[in-house]
Ligand binder design. Sequence first.
Ligand code: DX5
Ligand code: ZN
Length: 214
Amino acid sequence: MLVSPSILNCDYTHLEEVVRFVENSHADMIHLDVMDGVFVPNLSFGPPVIAALRPLTDLTFDVHLMMQHPDRLIQAFADAGADIINFHVESAANIPETIAAIKALGKKAALTVKPNTPAEAVFPYLDELALVLVMTVEPGFGGQAFMADMLPKVTAIKAECARRGLDVAVQVDGGVAADTAPLCADAGVDIVVAGSALFKAARPAELVEQFHSL
Ligand code: DX5
Ligand code: ZN
């Protein structure tokens, strides 16, 4: 599995060191959690912070938009340097138009499902997506417990992609750690997001290597 570290719970006074930490862990990308205080009960950062990080690294920016009107800011996130622009199927956006806008800007489009949303909600859009994210916690906060009962959604999305001959990566986000990552691998997950487990690890590169080997 590939690894996308979430910096949501990082030390915001030293963002450049946070980027170096992610690079030194040999992770594959960096997961940037954007929250608007409306779609989720928390507020994080937006395009200016992402733009400030962009010159610091060549890592792929995996931008997870937990916001009510992602369609209004697609251009801003593209300009800020996002590579993957991922929005929620439950948000107020016109989904086909928003996916088209992301792709027209040369970015990879992704859709996310919250725990109470079935896997089938993304099926109509799979042909246009690079990635589907299955939340394994209620979005809003890092450090929550992994919901293993979300993994059948991963299996269902992988099976539907195989049936239709589509190459769509499936990612999970929330509560991924040394004990829960093997369950993700067994379900067919391609990319794990890891926040607190990685930032608290005594040897982050070893944890990433462990995830890579699964
Ligand atoms: C939750 C965010 C996650 C989260 C992951 O709303 O989307 O990316 O920060 O953090 P951990 O790995 O600590 O659950
Ligand atoms: Zn996230």
